[in-house]
Design a protein around this ligand. Structure first.
Ligand code: NAD
Ligand code: ZN
Ligand code: ZN
Length: 344
């Protein structure tokens, strides 16, 4: 095995990533080393590189939390994965395993949770150190390039749709049809829901229709809240907001039917106003949702392995990372870019 690896590194917030050579890390006790095949580029990586959120990573760090690869070395005491197994190194990199949240399958909100590509180095690198207790197990037959978006965009929207508390036949609005949203539409259809897709880009909406959306609304034309209310005859039973834009949040609450649930998943920095009277008098639930637990991961991957959801990917090289970030920022990425780490 060679002893150097290429990685794309955030050295300072708001600056282009730097391509650097690093020593390949050695797994310590309880760790594994994964040779990366593929890593998706999530809008969260942009927030990370800009230092957008109150909890900030510490530069220099390697982003990427949709890394898929093969286990090539085990640290002392590791028994839960084997060398040669294909795993994913997700956003939920590790957690304590013992607190009230970990014990109730809410390890995503564990106070000691570590985040891949954020508080721990991630998948924009040829090798990743990982915690074997928290890696995703990639089903046989699922291509690593196609598996990559499932371990963040997929699990997050699969869980988000479940958190909307909707039943087959009811309406769900998916707001934002990008990396997350194009998978959300597919999970929602696979669960028997009626889907109204909302975006500001007609190309994304045309894609949503192809993926099975029953109705589409362009949030830049007219009053999107009224348009959704008309289509859904009074508002959607569930709303899932993936758009990285604050204006989508107030609109999303307005699109929610009486007694319905509005699930917040997108993470633009800032705050948005809640129309208190409407939320109270209509008994609306507004709920945050953060990735998903390890069982959600297995279920989200199973949908993909069974061909019920399929990530729409554009395969690129690590050396193009700054161009990819620019395109993601401008809304020019069609669905999801996946970096093939086996490419130069
Ligand atoms: P993306 O850039 O691939 O997609 C965003 C989509 O939103 C685009 O199609 C864009 O056209 C659309 N959009 C922009 N403004 C809009 C508006 N006002 N109304 C409707 N649509 C609008 O981004 P992504 O990778 O899908 O990530 C989306 C957001 O979700 C990011 O903020 C990311 O950090 C967050 N995220 C949250 C979680 C979580 O666990 N809660 C997990 C992953 C990502
Ligand atoms: Zn992500
Ligand atoms: Zn914990």
């Amino acid at each position: 095995m060679k002893n150097k690896m290429r990685a794309a590194v955030v050295e300072a917030f708001g600056k282009p990533l730097v391509l650097r050579e690093y020593d390949i890390p050695t797994p310590g006790p309880g760790q594994i080393l994964v040779k990366t095949e593929a890593c998706g580029v999530c809008h969260t990586d942009l927030h990370a590189a800009r230092g957008d959120w109150p909890l900030k990573p510490t530069p220099p760090f390697i982003p990427g939390h949709e890394g898929i690869g093969i286990v090539v070395a085990l640290g002392a005491g590791v028994t839960s994965v084997r060398e040669g197994e294909r795993v994913g190194v997700p956003w939920l990199y590790s957690a304590c395993g013992h607190c009230e949240y970990c014990l109730s399958a809410w390890e995503t909100v564990c106070a000691s949770a570590q985040f891949g590509g954020y508080t721990q180095n991630g998948g924009f690198a040829e090798y990743i150190l990982a915690d074997p207790n928290y890696v995703a197990h990639i089903p046989a037959g699922l291509d690593p390039l196609e598996a990559a978006p499932i371990i963040c965009a997929g699990i997050t929207t699969y869980k988000g749709v479940k958190e909307a508390d909707v039943r087959p036949g009811q309406w769900i609005v998916i707001s934002g049809i990008g990396g997350l949203g194009h998978l959300a539409v597919q999970y929602a259809k696979a669960m028997g829901l009626r889907v109204c897709a909302v975006d500001i880009d007609d190309r994304k909406l045309a894609h949503a229709s192809k993926l099975g959306a029953d109705a589409v609304v362009n949030a830049r034309e007219g009053d999107p809240v009224e348009a959704v209310k008309q289509v859904t005859e009074g508002g959607a039973h569930g709303v899932l907001i993936t758009a990285p834009s604050l204006s989508a949040f107030k609109q999303g609450v307005g699109m929610t039917r009486k007694l319905g649930t509005c699930v917040l998943v997108g993470l633009p920095p800032g705050e948005f106003p809640l129309p208190l009277f409407d939320v109270v008098a209509n008994c609306i639930t507004v709920r945050g949702s953060f990735v998903g637990n390890r069982q959600d991961m297995a279920e989200a991957l199973a949908f993909a392995a069974q061909g019920k959801v399929k990530a729409d990917i554009e395969v690129r090289a690590l050396s193009e990372i700054n161009q990819i970030f620019e395109q993601l920022e401008q809304g020019e990425v069609h669905s999801r870019v996946v970096i093939d780490l086996r490419k130069a």
